[in-house]
Design a protein around this ligand. Sequence first.
Ligand code: SF4
Ligand code: SF4
Length: 343
Amino acid sequence: MYKLKWKEKVCATCPSADCLLKCQYMSFSGHDEAHGEMMKVCRGEDSRVLHECATCYACEEYCTRGNHPFYLISERREEKGLFTAPRPITNQWINMTQMQGKYMVGPIKDKALSCCYIPDLGILGQGEIFKDVASAVAFGAEFMCPAVHTHFARMSVITERLPKVIDNFAKLGVKEVICLHDECYGTFTAIADAYGIEVPFKPVYYMDFVLDRMKELKDRIKPLNIKVAYQRPCSNRLIPDKFPLVYEILDLIGVEIPDREYQGENCLCCGEIIRSVSGYKLADDVQERNLNDMIAAGASHCVFNCPACQSSLSEKVVKKGLKPIHIIDLCKIAIGEKEREVL
Ligand code: SF4
Ligand code: SF4
């Protein structure tokens, strides 16, 4: 049985309580109140945090002392039966991501290209950038990171399924798994580490892979000369050290990200999980503020990392007069593999 590595003493002596003081969905009067609520969570007592957390993952980034506030909040909610969404929604997620032996695996040698359980990733992971790994696809519930269940406070589903997913990759004999889904990389690194789950292959973040390939293809790059807003996904909060890669890739292809209020550490999530967890009013408010902020910054496009964010927000992005596009597609346009007209 895997257990969350958690050091209560680290919280007890915390001078910042940044995990909760920086939370965008709860307000606290100051350090004492925020710290006091986190200590209640630590001790397994009831806390308003267990009722109000919108599951945005951000406190995993805000805590710089090596603890895992969001995983602990989710653990405590599960222990107390304080589930975040109505039972049918929680169960629907568990059932539709159940392993059923209906997976797809290409000719895999040392490296696999993980498409999680998201068909759109199979299309993104093709072409010149991925030419050496495009056929080595692993797709299906058997290869899906189970991190989504953190939103529904079902950490037990994660500790049950993640070792099986890791084992399914290990059985393919791979040395490296290139994760096209941000959340898979976060799961194989941050979540696995937090629970002491061994990963016998090297997880590779797709933006590292794309940046290396784009440097190799530098001669083919024609700068796009556009201004964009970046929609950072919740799962990127698990791997904040990877966030700067967005700037490196976009800089390489001549794309500017103007400063705006809701970016970097202060970013807002796409809002669709919040719709299930905290209701329509908050989700609509988050999306409205986020999109208006993109427009105020002078962006012409909204650039996505996660296909789930893209499918949730695209229609609303278009209604606001912005163009939605995935960062991989922008790279494909920059090297002339996709038509510039789609810009
Ligand atoms: S989770 Fe991190 S930021 Fe929050 S109180 Fe504990 S040590 Fe401090
Ligand atoms: S997951 Fe988000 S909403 Fe929940 S406590 Fe952490 S920062 Fe706040």
